[in-house]
Design a protein around this ligand. Structure first.
Ligand code: B4P
Length: 191
């Protein structure tokens, strides 16, 4: 099994690169953002609660996303490995993930953080908002609130994996192909 966390602020390219990585390495893509948006589309109770937080640029409660990941791990017992995209976003989520994987006699093998400047992130997200229909991408104030939430609650997750000797950084600016190649060489070195 090979389990990878692709980490970085909103707009750093996690979703974009994940699409390519799962194809190349045959991993199951677990994006908590995508799962939450599916709940919103289906107008479930969870989706409606999540939408009100996401539209303010805030994180959804840990218990909700941990439960979603647990269910996704359980429904894919034969997986070659998982690519976690947008999860964990808090240290509590990281601890819970370690515990869930331990129960399956597995662990995180690689943690790669994409580094992108703040102004580039804002510009990418505003640009995506023009076509994606995502309500959290259309307003600059909400985008900046998401970046502050990231600095306060999510950035410390990198330190958690650093103490495990797993943290690696990659420059997330440049062409999508260049970044993909850099990611693949780090992943290949781990397999
Ligand atoms: P996510 O769906 O994870 O959204 P994101 O961080 O905005 O997207 P991502 O980072 O994947 O986008 P990408 O860079 O690929 O989360 C949305 C919300 O859900 C959160 O704010 C939170 O409320 C909630 N949530 C999700 N997970 C949670 C959790 N675990 N706990 C609590 N709450 C949670 O793409 C951005 C844009 O950049 C695209 O338009 C892309 O085309 C462009 N781009 C990508 N690479 C580029 C490059 N190299 N050059 C130029 N543009 C590029």
């Amino acid at each position: 099994m090979f389990n990878l966390i692709l980490f970085g602020p909103p707009g750093s390219g996690k979703g974009t690169q994940s699409e390519r990585l799962i194809e190349k390495y045959g991993l199951i893509h677990l994006s908590t953002g995508n799962i939450l948006r599916e709940e919103i589309t289906r107008q479930t109770k969870l989706g409606l609660e999540a939408k009100s937080l996401m539209d303010k640029g805030q994180l959804v409660p840990d218990s909700v996303v941990i439960g979603m990941i647990e269910a996704a791990l359980d429904t894919n017992p034969q997986a070659k490995g998982f690519l976690f995209d947008g999860f964990p976003r808090t240290v509590a989520q990281a601890e819970a993930l370690d515990e869930l994987l331990k129960r399956k006699n597995s662990q995180i093998h690689s943690f790669i953080a994409l580094q992108v400047s703040r102004e580039e992130l804002v510009s990418r997200l505003l640009n995506r908002g023009k076509t994606s229909g995502r309500s959290d991408d259309t307003n600059e104030e909400i985008i900046r609130a998401r970046l502050i939430e990231y600095e306060n609650k999510t950035a410390p997750v990198a330190g958690y994996y650093e103490t495990q000797g797993k943290l690696e950084h990659i420059k997330g600016e440049g062409s999508i192909d260049q970044i993909f190649d850099a990611l693949c060489s780090r992943i290949d070195a781990k397999q």
